[in-house]
Design a binder for this molecule. Structure first.
Ligand SMILES: [Zn+2]
Length: 321
């Protein structure tokens, strides 16, 4: 792996400027303190979606002031902005009647909104979704199975029996744009993806494994290629539910593919012209713009790629403008 002179990638979900207030949130109850302040900005979340609107064309989160009922809801202290204004996420059950979007506003998830929000709000939503997904899956102590309770505004869960503390987990995954000696890129399709959906190779880092070893292992297992010139390209959180995607580029000396059919049902090499054509005509659906996969592909391509699949993604009826 080398850190060469090429700039690292500009990644939508790594832009956050929210101060998580890691030291301050340990004192007392940061949620109660924030809810007592009418300047605090509440972000309502339901099923991973936040209310959004457009202001002069810019997508924004719709914040509100705290309400009395918030103290009885599931709440997460997210941190504060440069002016010291606190942000708290309030989680609602999916299908909550309060979750109807008023006219001109729409509930968007992080995949839909993450690339369009500004740096602060992209970080607010990424953090809120990451924490909410962790709490939804970690109610019980991994040591003894007893119920755990929330501390530090949602950044810790403590076991009610043995007192052990548990922290939000992040699972490292590698993702790699592999090119051949003719500068073609390798794209592949997983077994549960719709027809036409293609992306670069990715996989979780295993226990006791380095990032670089994971890249070599995944690519060998999935398509049977050996790699050279592995280069780190950047990383971004991908809280679906708990990944951190670490991006690389690498070269393959050979082009013959041997697929692991349980992981990969289809894989092909594309020239830049072939991929633009396939994306524009809808033969290939590219990963969303918010993903590191898309940015790795577009960086290889030398600029943005127009894809029919992007138009379909923004036509979501739940995301009214
Ligand atoms: Zn326990």
């Amino acid at each position: 792996m080398s850190l060469d002179s090429e700039a690292l990638l500009d990644l939508s979900l790594s832009r956050g400027t929210l101060n998580r207030n890691g030291l301050g949130r340990r004192d007392g109850d940061p949620v109660a303190a924030a809810l007592a302040n009418s300047d605090t900005r509440i972000v309502d979340l339901t099923g991973g979606r936040a209310l959004t609107c457009r202001v002069d064309g810019q997508l924004r989160l719709v914040h509100r002031a705290p309400r009395f009922a918030d103290s009885a809801a599931q709440t997460l202290y997210l941190g504060h902005d440069v002016d010291g204004t606190d942000y708290v996420a309030v989680l609602h059950e999916e299908g909550d009647p309060g979750a109807e979007a008023p006219p001109g506003r729409g509930w968007r998830n992080l995949r839909e909104a993450g690339a369009e929000l500004d740096d602060l709000e992209s970080g607010v939503l990424t953090t809120a979704v990451a924490l909410a997904n962790w709490h939804a899956r970690h109610q019980f102590c991994p040591r003894c199975g007893a119920l755990t309770v929330v501390e530090e505004g949602g950044w810790v869960r403590r076991c009610t029996v043995d007192g052990s503390q548990h922290y939000p987990r992040t699972d490292a995954a590698i993702i790699v744009a592999v090119t051949d000696p003719d500068e073609r890129i390798l794209l592949a399709r997983g077994p549960h993806w719709p027809e036409g959906r293609m992306s670069v190779l990715a996989g979780f880092v295993e226990a006791g494994e380095s990032l670089e070893a994971a890249v070599h292992r995944e690519v060998m297992e999935e398509v049977g290629l050996t790699l050279t010139d592995l280069t780190y390209r950047g990383n971004q959180p991908w809280p679906f539910p708990a990944s951190l995607m670490v991006g690389f580029r690498a070269r393959a000396e050979q082009t013959r593919l041997t697929l692991d059919e349980t992981e990969i049902v289809e894989a092909s090499w594309f020239t830049r012209g072939e991929l633009s054509f396939a994306a524009r005509s809808g033969q290939v659906a590219l990963p969303p713009r918010v993903s590191i996969a898309r940015i790795l592909i577009e960086h290889w391509h030398g600029g943005p790629i127009e894809a029919v699949s992007d138009v379909a993604a923004t036509a979501d009826p739940r995301a009214a403008r």
